[in-house]
Design a protein around this ligand. Structure first.
Ligand code: CAA
Length: 246
């Protein structure tokens, strides 16, 4: 069988890079879709993933038409899309009283509209072929809410509703749709939190440390496996125990 093709949005980011490498190691051909505007970031990524079947594609995930072209071009170049990991995410943290409209719009369009933009163009082919694995990277803060993150928490919570609804629509077509809710991980996003606030958060994590991007990546690998066909509409928390619910 040909290698399954996996697209990872936010593919050159903190979690994205680890996810790309994990999927490539699992025998996937991986396309990392991310903004192309920072050549030094792209070059660093290329160096990190050297030797793996991983390809970079410049994409603004908040652009609906660009996502359509991207899915078409990716399938023409690499083959039918089997796995889609929506990992593109940004923060614009500030309390609601100070939040500008642009900070709301940016977070909602990159974190949530992007999931619609990619899934909308990928889902038809997946359903027709009878196979697909969609994994949406949400956040613990979409489950609990976080001070200073009305925009981010709303977008991340929205991903869960989207995940469950789409899971129902394609359950009979061999396509699964799941989300993962990472806790605080060793990424640039978390490094940007003021030291004192970050330390307070880490102190509340039962496991007592930040998560490693690899710990999220292995969960993506698990959910995107061919053998994971009976898990759909689920949310897997990977948060060191920061938020426990059943
Ligand atoms: N809970 C309750 N009160 C809090 C608080 C909290 N968590 N954090 C701050 N406050 C209080 C302060 O003590 C202060 O009170 P006083 O006015 O009485 O002194 C007040 O709120 C500060 O309010 P400001 O509007 O002045 O806020 P700020 O500008 O100082 O900072 C912030 C706001 C930038 C959002 C800052 O609190 C912050 O960075 N918080 C961390 C947010 C966070 O966790 N982001 C996660 C990023 S990583 C990520 O998102 C990845 C993932 O998925 C996990």
């Amino acid at each position: 069988m040909n290698k399954r093709v996996a697209v990872v949005t936010g593919g050159i980011g903190g979690l994205g890079t680890a996810i790309c490498i994990a999927l490539a190691r699992a025998g996937r051909r991986v396309v990392a879709a991310d903004l192309g505007g920072h050549p030094e970031r792209v070059a660093r990524f290329a160096h990190e993933v050297e030797g793996h079947d991983i390809h970079f594609a410049a994409l603004d995930v908040s652009d609906f038409e660009a996502c359509e072209v991207f899915v078409r071009d990716t399938e023409a170049a690499h083959g039918p899309l089997g796995i889609l990991v929506n990992a593109a995410g940004i923060t614009r943290d500030t309390t609601l009283r100070k939040m500008e409209r642009a900070q709301w719009d940016a977070v909602l369009s990159v974190n949530l509209d992007s999931v619609f933009n990619l899934c909308r163009h990928a889902i038809g082919g997946m359903a027709e072929r009878g196979f697909g694995r969609i994994v949406n990277i949400s956040s613990v803060n979409g489950q609990t809410g976080q001070f200073g993150q009305t925009n981010y928490s709303a977008a991340k919570a929205g991903m869960h509703g989207f995940t469950m609804a789409l899971a129902r629509e394609v359950a009979r077509k061999g396509v699964t749709v799941n989300s993962i809710s990472p806790g605080y991980c060793e990424t640039a996003l978390v490094a940007a939190i003021p030291d004192e606030i970050r330390q307070d958060i880490v102190d509340k994590v039962p496991v007592g440390r930040l998560g490693h991007p690899d710990e999220i990546a292995r969960t993506v690998e698990f959910l995107s496996d061919d053998a994971a066909g009976y898990i759909t509409g689920a949310n897997i928390p990977v948060n060191g125990g920061l938020y426990m619910a059943f």
